[in-house]
Design a protein. Structure first.
Length: 326
C-alpha cells in the first residue's frame, strides 16, 4: 500500500490536509475579505456532507493522518459536529480546527464530544474596539469566552493565531506574549500576506518576524524551542513561562521545504499550495457515478505528485483567503 500514499514531486509524504468546509464566514476581517464581499459558492457547488465524508475516507486510505477543518468559518457549516465525529471514527491521528472562535462558547463541548482534540483560534487584538475595527463585527467578548470554553472542555493545546499588521496591532505583540507567562496557551504571530485581499495590501503595514522578536526581547527573557518537523512556526518560551509563543513567517522566511500539505476547498478543488493559481477540480468526479473510489484515489495521487515546493507569487493566488482557509 506504500505506493498508494500521497507523495509530492520530490517523493515527500503528504500527510496533512487542510479542508475548507465552507466559504462563508460570520466575520469580515479586512485583510481576508474584500469590502464588497466575495462571490460565494452556491449550495450545489459545495461539497455535501456525504461528499466530504467520502473524500476524507479516501484521503485516510492514502496516508493522510492530520486533518484541519477550516473555512470561511468552519463552525458556520451546518453539521460540523457530525463531520468531526465521522473523521474521528476514520482514525486520523490529528483532527484540528482553525476558527475565529465566535461560536466556540456554543460549540466547544459538542466538538470535544464528537472527537475534536484541539483548536487554533484566530484573534488579532486584545482590545474589543479594535476587534470590531478589524473584523467588522462586535464579537470580541464571544471569542474570549470561546477561548475559555475550549479550555474548559479539554481542547488542548489551544493556539491563538494573530496576524501582525503595522499600525493595527503591532503594539500588542508583547501583550499577547505576556499571556503565555501564566497560561498554558500558545500564541503565534502570522506575517501579513498579500494573499487575502491583494488589491488592498499595503506593504508598509508588513512587520517581519525579526522585528516582532526584537519587540518581545525588549520586555522578556526568552528561549527558543526545538522546531517540530513540518511545523509552520518557530517557537519560543518566556523563561519560566507556562505557555509558548512563536512566529509563522510565510513572507520573510518561508517553510516550503517542509511542506507536507494539500488544501481542499469547499467547492471541491485541490490546491497544492496556498498561493497556487492552478486548482484541481474533483467535484465533477465525485458526482460522476462511474467514477469509483480507486479512480478518485489515483487522481489525488497524480495531483499530489505534481506538487513542487513553491512559494510562488503571493499576489497571484486564485481566490481570497476566506475561500481557501489559510
Ligand atoms: N504560506 C503558508 N502559510 C501557511 C501554511 N499553513 C499555515 N499557514 C499560515 O499559518 C496560519 C496558521 O495556520 P493554522 O491554521 O493554525 O495551521 P498550522 O499552523 O498548520 O497549525 P498546527 O497544526 O497547529 O501547527 C494560516 O492561516 C496561514 O496563514 C502553509 O502551508 N503555507
Ligand atoms: C482564512 S481563516 C479561516 C478559518 C477561520 N475563519 C479563522 O479565522 O480562523 C484562517 C487564517 O488565515 C489567516 N489569514 C487570512 N488572511 C491572511 C493574510 N492576508 N495574511 C496572513 N494571514 C491571513 C487568518 O488570520 C486566520 O488565522
Ligand atoms: S480570517 Fe477567518 S474569520 Fe476572518 S474573515 Fe477570514 S475566514 Fe473569516
Ligand atoms: S507556500 Fe505553498 S509550498 Fe510553501 S509552505 Fe505554504 S502551501 Fe506549502
Amino acid at each position: 500500500m506504500e505506493n498508494m500514499h500521497l507523495r509530492d514531486a520530490q517523493g515527500k509524504p503528504i500527510n496533512y490536509v487542510r479542508f475548507s468546509v465552507t466559504d462563508r464566514c460570520n466575520l469580515k476581517c479586512f485583510y481576508c475579505v474584500p469590502e464588497d464581499g466575495i462571490c460565494h459558492a452556491t449550495q450545489d457547488q459545495m461539497l455535501s456532507m456525504d461528499e466530504i465524508q467520502r473524500t476524507l475516507k479516501i484521503l485516510h486510505q492514502l496516508g493522510v493522518r492530520k486533518i484541519r477543518m477550516t473555512g470561511g468559518e468552519p463552525l458556520a457549516r451546518r453539521g460540523i459536529g457530525r463531520l468531526i465525529r465521522l473523521a474521528s471514527a476514520m482514525g486520523f491521528d490529528d483532527i484540528a480546527m482553525t476558527t475565529n472562535g465566535v461560536l466556540l462558547p456554543k460549540f466547544a463541548g459538542l466538538l470535544r464530544e464528537c472527537g475534536l482534540r484541539r483548536v487554533n483560534i484566530s484573534l488579532d487584538t486584545l482590545h474589543p474596539e479594535r476587534f470590531t475595527h478589524i473584523t467588522g463585527v462586535d464579537s470580541f467578548k464571544q471569542v474570549w469566552e470561546g477561548i475559555k470554553a475550549a479550555q474548559e472542555n479539554g481542547l488542548h493545546p489551544i493556539k491563538i493565531n494573530a496576524v501582525a499588521i503595522k499600525g493595527v496591532n503591532d503594539d500588542e505583540i508583547a501583550d499577547f506574549v505576556a499571556l503565555t507567562r501564566d497560561h498554558h496557551i500558545s500564541v503565534r504571530f502570522i506575517e501579513y500576506m498579500p494573499a487575502g485581499v491583494p488589491e488592498h495590501y499595503n506593504p508598509n503595514q508588513f512587520i517581519s518576524v525579526a522585528q516582532m522578536l526584537e519587540q518581545v526581547q525588549e520586555r522578556f527573557h526568552i528561549e527558543p524551542l526545538q522546531r517540530e518537523t513540518f511545523s509552520t512556526a518557530s517557537m519560543y518560551r518566556i523563561i519560566g513561562g507556562q505557555g509558548t509563543f512563536g512566529f509563522i513567517s510565510p513572507v520573510s522566511e518561508h517553510f516550503c521545504h517542509s511542506c507536507n500539505r494539500l488544501r481542499i476547498t469547499a467547492d471541491g478543488k485541490i490546491k497544492t499550495c496556498l498561493f497556487s493559481r492552478h486548482e484541481h477540480d474533483f467535484l465533477h468526479m465525485l458526482r460522476n457515478q462511474s467514477v469509483d473510489d480507486a479512480t478518485l484515489a489515483k487522481y489525488f495521487i497524480k495531483v499530489a505528485a505534481a506538487k513542487v515546493a513553491e512559494n510562488s507569487d503571493m499576489y497571484a493566488g486564485s481566490r481570497n483567503m476566506t475561500r481557501i482557509g489559510g
